[in-house]
Design a protein around this ligand. Sequence first.
Ligand SMILES: *[C@@H]1O[C@H](CO)[C@@H](O)[C@H](O)[C@H]1NC(C)=O
Ligand SMILES: *[C@@H]1O[C@H](CO)[C@@H](O)[C@H](O)[C@H]1NC(C)=O
Ligand SMILES: *[C@@H]1O[C@H](CO)[C@@H](O)[C@H](O)[C@H]1NC(C)=O
Length: 126
Amino acid sequence: MISNYQTILLTMLIFCSGSIFGNEFPTFSDKTHVDKWRPMKNLTDTKMVEIGKFAVREHNSRDKTKLMFYKLVEGEIVEGYDTKYNLTITAKDGVCDNNIAKNYTALVVEEQFMKILHLVSFRGPI
Ligand SMILES: *[C@@H]1O[C@H](CO)[C@@H](O)[C@H](O)[C@H]1NC(C)=O
Ligand SMILES: *[C@@H]1O[C@H](CO)[C@@H](O)[C@H](O)[C@H]1NC(C)=O
Ligand SMILES: *[C@@H]1O[C@H](CO)[C@@H](O)[C@H](O)[C@H]1NC(C)=O
């Protein structure tokens, strides 16, 4: 059952989104929004390096690998409700005798509220 209060709220919402705030609030059916990646300026920044190391650590524990973080070579970031990091990481394989450095890409999401990191994907060597 829809209460009067909800009806009023709904009316206000439709009214406002259609007129006063028309350009500020995209409607829920708006699918044209795409993430705006911007390049990371500082690839030696402590926080970025920590996120890169987290990605390698997490990948090692999930896939029982022994990669060793070496450095970040590329990074893109989208800031928002959750911040996304698309990192290109150079790592060495601790299992291989030759220990050649290879590049990997990792997608990490940071929940802004709790500051919790999640490894979304880890691919490579590329
Ligand atoms: C990048 O970050 C590192 C570590 O925080 C700092 O030492 C260095 O000066 C920064 N470089 C630039 C260009 O800001
Ligand atoms: C992350 O960056 C890599 C290398 O630039 C690119 O190939 C890949 O598509 C990017 N991933 C996302 C989710 O944007
Ligand atoms: C890793 O990526 C960097 C930057 O794109 C490139 O200069 C380097 O040669 C790559 N290393 C390997 C081992 O592919």
